[in-house]
Ligand binder design. Structure first.
Ligand code: SF4
Length: 215
């Protein structure tokens, strides 16, 4: 079976195993964008805990743009890199108001012009808030794509490009959504993925596959 056929089977199996919506899909583009920026080098759980309080303080782009930077930082000081993220969010709010009429843009080219937004964050917003086909290559997608033999790319951009060549567009939005959970639970980082629990092991080229520890 070809890599492309295997890849479709793998994503189908992961979709069945992980039907949940992604943590950072908060139902609208504003919240999804802010939460995704906040989630860099921080757990989603930490972000989701402080997020409602933050949005009560800064419910609109206008409020965020005009707020004192110290207040923005203080409202998010339970997450990593909060000072830098606060700066980005304020600048982002200003730019969305000035250049995009107060609305989160809907294209990759426009999204990556926003402060603090790279291709990964932009892809999350496109996929989760707007339903536009995109692949956010985070640490999980990067690692799993290598193990599955989908890419040998050294950068997230190259891995994104390789996956897009292998998978039909209609499956792109399932890649990050399912692999984040799969990567936390089974195809974990480090040297010991839990291959004995893996629902896609028969299509994976990772060698050697790890057996269940005997103890
Ligand atoms: S078989 Fe192992 S390395 Fe391959 S996808 Fe499954 S858990 Fe990851």
């Amino acid at each position: 079976m070809s890599t492309k056929q295997n890849a479709i089977k793998i994503v189908d199996a992961l979709r069945k195993r992980y039907p949940q919506k992604p943590d950072m899909d908060l139902g609208n583009a504003d919240d999804s964008l802010i939460a995704t920026i906040m989630s860099a080098r921080t757990t989603d759980a930490q972000v989701l805990k402080m997020f409602p309080g933050f949005r009560r303080k800064f419910p609109t782009w206008k409020k965020l743009a005009s707020a004192d930077l110290r207040d923005v930082a203080a409202a998010m000081n339970t997450i990593g890199l909060y000072r830098n993220k606060a700066k980005s969010l304020k600048a982002l709010a200003r730019k969305i108001i000035a250049d995009f009429d107060g609305k989160v843009p809907r294209t990759m080219d426009e999204l990556v012009t926003l402060p603090g937004v790279g291709r990964k964050t932009a892809s999350c917003v496109l996929a989760y808030a707007y339903g536009v086909p995109a692949i956010a290559v985070d640490t999980h997608v990067f690692r799993i794509a290598h193990r599955l033999g989908w890419s040998k790319g050294k950068t997230p951009e190259k891995v994104e490009y390789d996956i897009k060549k292998i998978l039909p567009e209609k499956l792109w939005n399932d890649v990050n959504r399912t692999m984040v959970r799969f990567g936390r639970e089974i195809c974990v980082g480090g040297k010991k993925p839990k291959c004995w629990l893996c629902p896609v092991a028969k299509w994976c080229v990772f060698a050697p596959k790890i057996n269940k520890p005997s103890h």
